[in-house]
Ligand binder design. Structure first.
Ligand SMILES: Cc1ncc(COP(=O)(O)O)c(C=O)c1O
Length: 461
């Protein structure tokens, strides 16, 4: 049931049509049907409505079809359905995960004492990072967070996480789920490159500290909206001064630090107390596949919960499941290992470099285009822009851009996304798979053409 190269990215159908097409699939009947029949229904009713991430015009999100080497590992993981909890459940799986994590720590040049664990998603990796930070803070205050929880802190209501306004919303989930609440996620504005504004941060911290104990600062190396990379070295110095844990959210961006040419943009990663990374984004590893690294192996000990049937006290065997809550864990290491071994580092670096170079070229080309307002200077593979038209006033721009977006998506030939930077709606072009400027420009030209048509028809009041 392979997607054909020239098919639409997506049917463009509205939710009612998609629902009506899919209802027969969930008509759970007493008798089963043959796999051939099932395949036919899925081919006709479901596949048209799935996103074809491998289409060159899919330029809206961080998703891709699996890379060939990753597919091999994923198929084996599926066939053997290993629960990579510990040695007793999957000896080879547990050992491979531990070896893979060690090798990745060295590939990303993290501290030699660092360790990591596979997670379900970047969201959970960020959440666990904040949880480890709370443990660490409690340790500094002389109590065991596992035993006393937030109540152990003298003033738990003062505990706060500091980040930039462009940080991913998963941090909001994290502070909510950890019982800290939205009011204790403090944000600093961004600079002209949409990196956390270090100067402003230094000015604001003393004021924030009047009402808060900042126990954790999070940097983003590759923000979701614009791909901006926060200055980790400076943030690490600030964290030392104020006694805070530094978490780096590299869910999207960390992969690019593997490319020698881009390495400097990620300076200081090894200084972070924890780092998250999503191989299920541009690395082409099947979803779900995320990792949380911690600088000190011992920090993961705080996650360890022993039991009488697995993770037994005193059993000195590989137990990756001691480093994160789920006990049944997918064999996430296998597709990552097979993907890296199949391609080799050089090919991976080329794959990662290609879309960024293409975006940089497109950015340069568009600086000369009076119909385009560029909204960020790309540091990774994301370009935000607005299409201008002399019949559209500034007041109408947000609505104009949303209509353009809806039109483009509904036709299913190209896929872009939109987001807001401050009060401005901006269109967002995301390049994560190997491509070139010519291909990206086809989408830009298509978007411009739609904009011309919409402007000439006039937008609703
Ligand atoms: C910077 C950043 N952090 C975290 C996340 C959340 O990752 P996940 O979607 O794997 O939960 C994303 C998702 O796009 C992201 O861009």
């Amino acid at each position: 049931m392979q997607n054909k190269e020239n098919t639409l990215i997506f049917s463009g159908a509205l939710p009612t049509k998609v629902m009506n097409d899919l209802l027969p699939l969930v008509d759970f009947q007493k008798e089963g049907i043959s796999t051939d029949k099932l395949k036919k229904i899925i081919e006709e009713k479901l596949l048209p409505h799935l996103m074809k991430y491998n289409n060159p015009g899919f330029l809206s999100m961080f998703n891709d079809f699996p890379e060939d080497g990753a597919k091999l590992g994923a198929e084996l993981a599926l066939e053997y359905n290993q629960g990579v909890t510990d040695w007793n459940v999957s000896p080879g799986g547990a050992m491979l995960e531990e070896l893979c994590i060690k090798a990745l720590c060295s590939l990303f040049r993290l501290d030699k004492n660092s360790d990591g664990t596979f997670m379900y998603s970047g969201t959970y990796a960020n959440q666990q990072a904040l949880y480890l930070a709370l443990h660490w803070k409690a340790g500094q205050e002389g109590f065991d967070f596992a035993k006393q929880g937030l109540k152990g802190f003298e003033n738990p209501e003062r505990l706060a996480v500091l980040t930039s306004i462009d940080a991913h919303f998963s941090l909001k989930h994290a502070v909510r789920m950890l019982g800290l609440g939205d009011n204790n996620l403090l944000t600093i504005d961004v600079d002209e490159k949409r990196r956390i504004n270090i100067i402003q941060m230094k000015k604001e911290i003393p004021k924030l500290q009047e009402n808060h104990d900042i126990f954790c600062v999070t940097a983003t190396t590759g923000t979701t909206s614009t791909g901006a990379i926060d200055n980790v070295v400076e943030l690490s110095k600030i964290c030392k001064e104020i006694g805070a844990w530094l978490h780096v959210d590299g869910a999207y961006g960390l992969a690019y630090s593997l490319v020698p040419e881009f390495k400097d943009r990620f300076a200081g990663i090894e200084l972070a107390d924890s780092v998250s990374w999503d191989p299920h984004k541009q690395f082409g590893i099947p979803i779900p596949n995320s990792i949380l690294f911690a600088k000190r192996k011992d920090d993961f000990n705080r996650m360890a919960l022993r039991s009488d049937y697995i993770y037994r006290e005193g059993e000195n065997v590989p137990s990756p499941g001691l480093k994160s809550p789920p006990s049944t864990r997918p064999f996430s290491a296998l597709p990552l290992v097979t993907s890296i071994r199949y391609q080799g580092i050089i090919k991976i670096q080329e794959r990662l470099k290609s879309p960024i170079k293409a975006i940089e070229t497109v950015y340069k080309l568009l600086t000369k285009d009076s119909a385009i307002e560029l909204c960020n200077e790309p540091e990774t593979g994301i370009l935000c822009f607005r299409v201008k038209h002399n019949q559209i006033s500034e007041n109408q721009m947000n609505q104009f851009l949303k209509i353009i977006y809806e039109k483009v998506i509904s036709e299913g030939k190209h896929s872009i996304s939109y987001t807001k930077l401050g009060e401005k709606v901006v269109l967002r072009l995301v390049a994560i798979k190997p491509t070139n400027a010519e291909t990206l420009m086809k989408t830009i030209e298509y978007v411009k053409e739609k904009a011309r048509i919409i402007a000439s028809e006039g937008i609703p009041k």
